[in-house]
Design a protein around this ligand. Structure first.
Ligand code: KIV
Length: 272
């Protein structure tokens, strides 16, 4: 049995993985071909992250991303994914503004996009209220604390969080509150490894780390980063498993050169 044919990933299954000490894998997907590849590779969770804005749409940060953009890409991912659990990332101001609108937006990820859960950033009282409300409405929620990119301006940039005792304690407290509010898993982004270990040990729901060290129950990366697609300098926490940027550039340049020189198409690529 191939990895993609193995059992469909479910939320209870993810909780079981934590209990059994089996690591969870999550990667971002924004389109059909990537979803097919991630599913073939046996990745457990496909996150349609709002990193879409920076990675695919060329925005400076994730703030401009809209619900319509997220849904467009979630639907494409859904068409390519059979086994992995699809999580749709709620973009900035799509939640926490008005509770009816929040449920409507989260519901669109499930009903229109085909996602099985949504993710939202933060652990403030309004976010906790939102999570309780969504869970009561039957929508599964993944939390996200630490470096939360939607607060880029308040954080003064993309900076590691929880380095000081006070902020570390706030993150530990926030993680507990997110579990109590009904989140089924938690992304820990950009925090010291020891802090992620403490949070992971305290919670019964799985933690999934990005730039949060090895002690989390699972790991997530932005797929374009691990494939080395952008050619831009990479953050410390990213391991590049491939370097596709120069490879693709070389293929594109070769095509251009061969067309200019009349070397493509040859007879082999022509109909008669
Ligand atoms: O939007 C995203 O890709 C994310 C991951 C980095 C966790 O939130």
């Amino acid at each position: 049995m191939s990895l993609e044919e193995s059992a469909k990933v479910t939320i209870p299954g993810l909780k079981q993985m934590k209990q059994d000490g089996r690591k969870i894998t999550m990667l971002t997907a924004y389109d059909y071909p990537t979803a097919v590849l991630l599913d073939k590779a046996g990745i457990d969770i496909l996150l349609v992250g709002d990193s879409l804005g920076m990675v695919v749409l060329g925005y400076e940060n994730t703030l401009p991303v809209t619900m319509d953009e997220m849904l467009h890409h979630t639907k494409a991912v859904k068409r390519g994914c059979k086994r992995g659990l699809i999580v749709g990332d709620m973009p900035f101001l799509s939640f926490n503004v008005d509770s009816t609108q929040t449920i409507e937006n989260a519901g669109r990820f499930i009903k229109e996009g085909g996602a099985e859960a949504v993710k939202l950033e933060g652990a403030t009282e309004p976010v906790l209220r939102t999570i309780r409300c969504l869970v009561e409405a039957g929508i599964a929620v993944m939390g996200h604390i630490g470096l939360t990119p939607q607060l880029v301006h308040q954080m003064g940039g993309f900076k590691v969080q929880g380095r000081e005792k006070e902020s570390a304690e706030l993150l530990i407290e926030g993680a507990g509150k997110l579990e109590d509010a009904g989140a089924f898993a938690l992304v820990l982004e950009g925090i010291p490894a020891d802090l992620a270990r403490i949070i992971t040990q305290k919670l019964s729901i799985p933690t999934i780390g990005i730039g949060a060290g090895p002690h989390c129950d699972g790991q997530v990366l932005v797929t374009h980063d691990l494939l080395g697609l952008s050619g831009a300098p990479k953050p410390k926490f990213v391991k590049q498993y491939a370097s596709l940027h120069p490879l693709i550039l070389s293929a594109l340049s070769s095509f251009r050169q061969e067309v200019l020189e009349g070397k493509f198409p040859t007879d082999e690529y022509s109909y008669h």
